[in-house]
Design a protein around this ligand. Structure first.
Ligand code: SER
Length: 569
């Protein structure tokens, strides 16, 4: 059995409910591009909201961290990774959490206790030393020398604000050398494998720390790292998670892994992340902003490294690798199955686009650096803007020649450019701020009618992405992977107008199936939680009639997002 299954089985046996992995693109948190930790989709519940699955949860969550993008290529960094997690939402606390972590590692995974060490929070001004965790480890038979009290690494928060708390981290001795008696957290041969965070605080915008309504546990264990450790390899890419992908790259390039590690790891890592971004229900497509830009950078960097391995980039090398990844993961993540062809299309189209400018861009690059000149901001921006060279590609090419790129100047230009495009699109809608008048209120009602109608007509994957109301019209952005057909537009209009005529206010809400059945609600099933359903509630429009709803325009807003402009006549 593999690590994910062992983990879930273990925590289910301890009364946890398995929750499905949330999409990689956060659904309700525009402040981050991707989920970076297993706890991120659970923030509202850690803050006190009741989770429909109860108080003990476990899962494997898809995570993407792009902060270390440049570090990918070494033995341990990945942009995409899976995080195993178990949570107590105001249920058990330190005692059980620590005991179960210990039991899972030593009983289920059979890791020798002698290879383990632990850190606990030493305390600072606001928060005291975590004596409970310290004593718990001692009570399990851990020697004092193997428990370090530290401050810096033993307080966990995702970013700057939100639920947080002291933690106890578990380390594994990843070295052939004899395990030292005393644990030195600074010795890099000790690698962290699990983090148990005791989330009992919230940090607000002013840096103020207050107690959360409930004491929670949030733990996280990286699948890639732990698998490599269990399999006794020092390079993650040699573990069973990557081995078949690396073997395939060797076969395609006709080159050995040894001596070509950097490019092979980058191709494997970047294509895996690209597959997961492209398959996400958010419908991300390569673009020049946000998640789309990350997707573009990953694909283009993988292409460039394929070129370095002398792979014929016009062949179907990327499709072969993507298929291997899709087949490998689709058992665990259903969207890879549903969006199998879509992912392959995304990769293919982006490759075609990049291939058109890659050769020319490389020539321009060569010309720019002819006399060993460093690359200034203008040249870097030109390569980006005209030849589609993501900045790190230019930096990578320059670094190979020992040259520098003015990345700061580039960022400045990039920002100016973005600001310009934003102003241009904002200008299209003067006075776009929502007002509070009667007509705006009507448009507001029309917005949820439209949302509910689209979900029914187009499908449950439609999610509202934004809206904007003026006294003259409404604008509604929603996730959708295709241009609406005339029939879809017509049906949507009809449904909204039917509701308006019947004086009905239809809203969409999600709740557990049992609750929905109890309340007798009519419901439609959605994929995210198999036993969470989407419920359409019907209320009355108490105000006067809204008028006739008419879709004036349906167009692309950004990748995977469509925009409807509509009026009430
Ligand atoms: N949130 C903690 C982490 O990401 C534990 O899950 O390390």
């Amino acid at each position: 059995m593999n690590l994910k299954d062992l983990y879930i089985d273990f925590f289910v046996s301890k009364g946890h409910k398995q929750i499905p992995s949330a999409p990689v693109v956060p659904e309700n948190d525009p402040s981050v591009l991707f989920n970076t930790a297993g706890m991120q989709p659970l923030i509202p519940y850690l803050m006190g909201q009741e989770h429909p699955y109860g108080k003990r949860l476990c899962d494997y969550q898809k995570c993407i961290r792009t902060i270390d993008l440049d570090a990918v290529g070494d033995t341990t960094h990945h942009t995409f990774f899976e995080m195993l997690g178990n949570w107590s939402l105001g249920d058990y606390f330190k005692d059980e959490s620590i005991a179960w972590s210990y039991e899972f590692l030593t009983d289920c995974l059979k890791i020798p206790v002698n290879r383990l060490a632990f850190t606990v929070f030493a305390g600072n001004g606001d928060i005291p030393f975590d004596e409970v965790s310290y004593n718990k480890w001692l009570s399990l038979g851990i020697k004092k020398e193997r428990i370090a009290k530290t401050v810096d690494d033993n307080f966990w928060i995702a970013g700057d604000i939100g639920p947080c708390g002291g933690d106890t981290e578990i380390f594994y001795w990843r070295s052939e050398e004899e395990v030292p008696d005393k644990f030195d957290p600074k010795d890099e041969r000790w690698v962290e494998i699990w983090n148990n965070v005791f989330m009992q605080y919230n940090k607000d915008q002013d840096g103020k720390i207050t107690e959360l309504p409930k004491k929670n546990v949030d733990t996280g264990m990286g699948v890639e790292r732990t698998t490599a450790i269990l399999e006794g390899v020092n390079d993650n890419y040699l573990s069973s998670i990557w081995k078949d992908v690396i073997d395939l790259i060797c076969e395609i390039s006709n080159l050995p892994y040894e001596g070509n590690e950097l490019s092979m790891r980058i191709i494997a890592d970047h294509l895996r992340t690209a597959v997961f971004i492209a398959a996400d229900p958010a419908g991300i497509k390569p673009s020049n902003t946000d998640q789309g830009y990350i997707l573009r950078r990953l694909i283009r960097r993988a292409i460039r490294h394929a070129k370095r391995l002398n792979i014929d980039i016009n062949s179907n090398w990327d499709e072969l690798i993507a298929k291997k990844l899709l087949n490998k993961y689709k058992e665990y993540y259903k969207e890879l199955e549903y969006n199998y062809d879509l992912v392959l299309d995304v990769l293919k189209n982006e490759k075609i686009k990049f291939n058109r400018t890659l050769e020319k861009g490389l020539k321009v690059f060569e010309k720019t650096v002819k006399n060993n000149a460093n690359i200034d901001a203008d040249a870097a921006f030109h390569l980006y803007d005209t030849y589609g060279f993501p900045i790190e590609l230019t930096v990578e090419l320059a670094t190979e020649r020992g040259l520098k790129v003015d990345t700061k100047g580039f960022e400045q230009k990039f920002k100016e450019h973005q600001a310009l495009s934003r102003t241009a699109s904002a200008g299209k809608f003067k006075g776009g701020l929502a007002g509070n008048g009667e007509i705006e209120t009507k448009y507001h009602t029309a917005t949820h009618l439209l949302n509910a109608a689209l979900k029914l007509v187009v499908g449950p994957d439609v999610h509202q992405k934004g809206s904007n109301i003026t006294s003259e019209r409404m604008r509604f952005d929603f996730s959708c992977d295709h241009k609406l057909t005339d029939e879809e537009k017509q049906k949507t209009e009809q449904l909204v107008n039917q509701w308006i005529t019947d004086g009905l206010d239809v809203t969409v809400k999600q709740m557990p199936k049992e609750e929905a059945i109890k309340s007798g609600a009519e419901c439609m099933f959605i994929e995210k939680y198999p036993d969470i359903v989407t419920v359409y509630s019907i209320g009355d429009i108490s105000k006067e009639l809204l008028g006739v709803f008419k879709i004036k325009k349906e167009e692309a807003s950004s990748a995977g997002v469509r925009r409807i402009k509509a009026i009430l006549k």
